[in-house]
Design a protein around this ligand. Structure first.
Ligand SMILES: Cc1cc2nc3c(=O)[nH]c(=O)nc-3n(C[C@H](O)[C@H](O)[C@H](O)COP(=O)(O)OP(=O)(O)OC[C@H]3O[C@@H](n4cnc5c(N)ncnc54)[C@H](O)[C@@H]3O)c2cc1C
Length: 284
């Protein structure tokens, strides 16, 4: 972990209200793993704002963030050449299938809204060894990660989207929108029952309501009551994006109840096993 003043290489609005910022951060880039995050000092605010590491292209890292309030608004207004105070990489990221296992696995990545941010970095790590399906749910087409733009090559990429990280070849991207303007209509969790039969492991990032639904999602291919009839009985890792205080384990402001006892989201997480979390007690 290091604290550094990082120069902004670019900062563009890639979806309405969502910015992609590339930063020169060689120290963080060299050690970052998918699911880890950084905290950024935003203007005069005392609390640093946590943001997932969206991608790494050494010596740069990318952050993908929605303008949610004053801190992220301040960040969205920064210009290339300016410097921002970044601390990271922080937390424990996603655990990958063991490297000694030569067998390719099918990984199902589930993104709810801005939960897409850490999962794109995960695709880069995992795509060379595993088959990946990435399902992204958003309210409407404009809020979907522009996967089709990323894939079509430089001639059709607009100025604002030129800096988007690529999705590796072979990653199957499934859009889901609540208004049906792209992909399947509904919530991302509606798409899960039929996808689970193909998945060996599940990785998710999204709002708590999404996780609570996932914990109860049935698997269409298995009978009620059978082992594995419920997603929470599979290996499923989720990243909790709750409000943090200090971001490095000093203030205990992000403590949650798990089946292994109390845990801090910033230091023990943000990635946990879905089944370990006592969801009734989580209020974000
Ligand atoms: C580990 C981690 C990784 C994250 N990664 C990303 C990311 O990659 N991209 C991204 O856009 N956001 C991410 N977030 C959420 C992001 O940190 C908040 O949106 C941000 O801190 C809000 O700061 P603000 O000053 O703009 O808003 P504030 O003025 O502090 O709050 C504005 C609104 O946003 C809500 N809000 C504040 N913090 C959070 C939060 N942690 N989660 C959800 N809603 C919140 C508040 O309840 C309020 O309604 C992450 C959070 C965590 C804990």
């Amino acid at each position: 972990m290091e604290q550094a003043l990082c120069t902004i290489s670019s900062n563009v609005e890639v979806m309405p209200g969502t910015h992609l910022m590339w930063l020169e951060a060689p120290g963080i880039a060299s050690s970052a793993e998918p699911g880890q995050f950084v905290t950024v000092r935003c203007g005069d605010f005392t609390l640093r704002r946590p943001l997932s590491i969206h991608y790494v292209s050494s010596p740069e890292i990318a952050l993908l963030f929605r303008v949610a309030g004053k801190g992220t608004l301040w960040l969205s207004q920064r210009q290339p050449g300016e410097r921002v105070d970044v601390l990271g990489p922080l937390g424990n990221g996603f655990g990958m299938p063991p490297t000694e296992s030569r067998q390719s696995k099918h990984l199902l990545l589930v993104a709810g809204g801005m939960g897409i941010a850490p999962l794109v970095f995960l695709t880069r790590y995992a795509a060379s060894r595993h088959r990946i399906t990435l399902v992204h749910g958003a309210s409407t087409a404009a809020q979907l990660y522009p996967w089709n733009v990323v894939r079509t090559g430089s001639s059709s990429i607009g100025k604002t989207q030129r800096n988007l990280p690529p999705l590796p070849e072979g990653v199957q991207f499934l859009p889901v929108t609540e208004d049906g303007s792209a992909g399947k209509k509904g919530k991302v969790t509606d798409a899960l029952p039929s996808l689970l039969n193909r998945a060996d492991e599940v990785y998710a990032c999204g709002p708590v309501e999404m996780y609570k639904t996932m914990a109860l999602t049935p698997d269409e291919n298995r009978g009620e009551g059978e082992m594995g009839s419920n997603l929470k009985l599979r290996k499923c890792q989720v990243s909790l994006e709750m409000r943090l205080g200090c971001g490095f384990g000093a203030c205990y402001g992000c403590t949650i109840s798990t089946r292994r006892g109390l845990r801090q989201v910033c230091r023990d997480g943000p990635v946990f096993e879905l089944d370990d979390i006592i969801w009734q007690e989580v209020k974000l």
